[in-house]
Design a protein around this ligand. Sequence first.
Ligand code: 5GP
Ligand code: MN
Length: 342
Amino acid sequence: MSSISALRALLIPGQSVVITTHFNPDSDAIGSSLAWQKYLIKKGLHVDVVIPSALSRNLTWMPGADAVLDFENILHKSTIEAKIHVADWIFCLDFSGMQRLHGLANWVKSARCKKVVIDHHLDPEDFADYYYHRTIAASTCELIFDLISEWGDEALIDEEMGECMYSGIMTDTGSFRHPNTTAHVHEVVAELIKKGVNTNAVHRKVFDSASLHRLRFLGHVLANRLEYLPDYHLALMWITEEDQKQFNSQAGDTEGMVNYGLQLEGAVWSICMIQRPDGVKLSFRSIEPFAVNTFASTYFEGGGHKNASGGRFSAGGIEQAKEKLKEVLPLYLSEIKRVKNL
Ligand code: 5GP
Ligand code: MN
C-alpha cells in the first residue's frame, strides 16, 4: 500500500480512469464520483463513472449524471467491460468492501490496473494500491474536497463540483444533525457556498422531488408496516415485494424510510427490512451511543457506521428475517437498557 501523496504525480493527462461506487448508490456515492470525475477531467484524464445499480430519480439532476454507466443496464454492459479493460486506474469511492459492488465485483477484482480507495467506512478491505481513508470524515464528498485541497487544487473546484459534494455532505450528515457533523464539515460547506453552491436548491432537488407514488408508499409503510417493540426501544419496519409492486417503487424510493422509526419517542434504534430479489436487505439506524454496526455484522452479514448500518438475510423472506431478529434481540436487552439509562 502506498501513500496517497505519491499518487498525484502518477495521474498523467491522457490516462483512462474508471470511477466506481457501491450498489444502490446514494447521494454521497454519486456526488463524490461526479465531483472526482470532473476534477480528473480538468487534469486532462479520460474518466467514466460506472455504478453497480441504477441511479435513483432524485439524483439524476447532478451535473454529469446523464453519462453515468449502469451495470444493470444491458445496453451499458459491453461498454463497461471495455472501459474497465483499458483503464489505467480504478477509483473506488464511498465503499471499501468488494461485496458492495455486487455483480460488478468480479470485473473490478480481475482488472489488472492500479486501484485507489477513497472512503470513510470502517474496516476497509485490503484490495487497493492506494488508500485515502478516514473514518472521521462524515462523507466521501468531504474527503474529495480535502484531497483536492491537499493537492493544492482547490481553485479547480467549481460550482457544479460543489453542488455534487454538498449533496453527499448534506445527506451523510442527515442534513447536519448526525453526530458526525464536525466543525470541519461546516468549514468545507462554507467553502462550497463561496464557490456559488445554492444549498437550498440542492436540498430541494434531493429531498423534495418525490412522486405521488413515493409519498403514498411512505404513508402505507408508516401506517401498516411499522411496529414498536418497547422492551427493546426498537422501531421495526418491513417492506414486502407486493408493497413495492403496489406503489410502483423505483430505485431509491425506500431510501431514508428507516429514519422515521427514530422519530418515535423512546426509540433507541430502528430497523427496516426490504424484500429484494436476492434476499432481505436490512437498514439499521441508532442514536448515540448504541452501535448498530456490530449488531449488523454479528447477525445479518453486514456492517457500516456506528449509527447507520446495513446488512442482509438470505435464509428466507421477511417473516424468517423477523423471526431471526426476535430470536437474537434478548441477547441485546441489557445493552439497550444500559444505553437507555445513560
Ligand atoms: P443503508 O441503510 O442506507 O443501505 O446503509 C447505511 C450504511 O450502512 C451505508 O452507508 C453503509 O455504510 C452501510 N452498509 C449498508 N449495507 C451494508 C452491507 O451489506 N455491509 C456493510 N459492511 N455495510 C453496509
Ligand atoms: Mn458515504
